[in-house]
Design a binder for this molecule. Structure first.
Ligand code: PMP
Length: 390
């Protein structure tokens, strides 16, 4: 039987850049110890009190169909949180609770784009972006950035593609670069969006993990609340990746229509998960800082290790759980470097090329193993780069 072009086209063809990751998984399965610095998943599990809350609500009977837009107290808590961060009045009706940020990304593009519309995204990008845009029927168009600009997108580069496009997807703090967009960058982005009438889809799932500078939500910029959709999630901030609890914040009329989409696709998020999500949000900023603390510590470790050499460059590591390292001095591509590091030292990192052409000659290191193993892996990585450079 023939499958739909929409389904078959999601991956867009070509290598998806995950070969090194798959090779590492095969080595591990064959019994070879590998230091895994590939995936953005905490090395801690969801905190016991959150799981106890989840259990209590499940045992208490919140196991039937839950309200599709999200339970009211959680929508209100998210609205309160987003209002506190942006200064923009936000109510429960501006919030749709979704099965993770990923579902919110898809919903946002379903709301913004018709089939065949151009949807812009910034390269380097989080792995699912182009596929999500295609799944929603849009035609993805990358906006490139430069290592020399620390991967902050230039308004002039966005403007090269923005005429006739419907939306622009940005992500700060950024996966894969760890860069936090400056106010000047965001103001430039907002100006293009207003001028060329784009929806701005702002993926802020790492907004609690900022190590330098501060996170600015573009929803707070002048005349942007009506055209900005904010994607949020408990995955990164509360180490709840497997719970699938996130949200989309946007104009009330758009959220009202997106409830139709949710009714006809996910039918919402399990009630006991939402109850635990509300409990998690109510733990406040100290708890969020605790979840982020290992990354803050390991970033400092990395800065110290990298300061002792001049072969591997560190892209300003301002937020999130990743480091983007420049290995161009070795003369290798990111992919060749990652392969040789895995083959020689059994350390797995992601090639920059997996995240788009802008990050060629770089590698992404997830700060997701224990401090001593992380420190040792980085020292080996730098020594390996120096050997390659000769
Ligand atoms: N956006 C970015 C930038 C991410 O890195 C991730 C997860 N790695 C997501 C969205 C989706 O996260 P989730 O669906 O778990 O909320």
């Amino acid at each position: 039987m023939q499958l739909s072009q929409r389904l078959m086209g999601i991956n867009g063809g070509g290598s998806d850049g995950w070969d090194v990751f798959l090779k590492a998984r095969r080595m591990i399965a064959a019994g070879t110890p590998v230091t895994e610095l590939t995936i953005g998943e905490h090395d801690i599990r969801t905190a016991a009190p959150i799981l106890q809350e989840m259990h209590a609500h499940a045992m208490g009977g919140h196991t039937g169909y839950a309200a599709v837009p999200g339970v009211e107290p959680l929508r209100e808590a998210v609205a309160h949180r987003v209002q506190a961060r942006t200064g923009v009045p936000t109510r429960a009706d501006n919030v749709l609770i979704t099965p993770g940020g990923q579902s919110a990304l898809f919903s946002a593009h379903m709301a913004a784009c018709d089939a065949g519309d151009t949807a812009l995204y910034v390269d380097p990008y989080y792995a699912t972006y182009p596929g999500t845009l295609r799944a929603a029927g849009a035609v993805p168009q990358a906006v490139t950035t430069r290592a020399a600009d620390a991967f902050q997108p230039r308004a002039t580069e966005i403007a090269r593609h923005s005429k006739g496009a419907r939306s622009l997807l940005i992500n700060s703090p950024n996966n894969p670069t760890g860069v936090v967009y400056s106010r000047a960058t965001l103001e430039g982005i907002a100006e293009v969006c207003r001028r060329d009438d784009l929806w701005l889809i702002s993926d802020e799932v790492y907004d609690t993990q900022v190590w330098e500078g501060s996170h600015i939500s573009p929803r707070s910029l002048p005349d942007m609340a009506g055209r900005t959709l904010v994607v949020g999630s408990l995955s990164k901030s509360h180490a709840m990746t497997g719970s699938r609890c996130g949200w989309l914040v946007g104009p009330e009329d758009m959220i009202a229509h997106l409830i139709n989409l949710a009714t006809n696709t996910t039918y919402g998020v399990p009630g006991f998960i939402q109850d635990a999500g509300l409990f998690a949000l109510n733990q406040g900023p100290d708890f969020e800082a605790e979840v982020g603390a290992p990354f803050r510590r390991r970033r400092a470790l990395a800065q110290a290790v990298l300061a002792g050499q001049n072969t591997v460059g560190l892209v300003p590591a301002q937020g999130a759980m990743y480091l983007m390292l420049d290995v161009r001095a070795t003369g290798l591509s990111g992919e060749d470097f990652a392969n040789s590091l895995l083959d020689t030292h059994h350390i797995a990192v992601m090639p920059g090329e997996s995240f788009g052409s802008s990050a060629a000659g770089h590698i992404r290191v997830a700060m997701t193993v224990a401090d001593d193993a992380f420190d040792a892996a980085l020292r080996t990585l730098c020594a390996h780069a120096e050997t390659l450079r000769g």
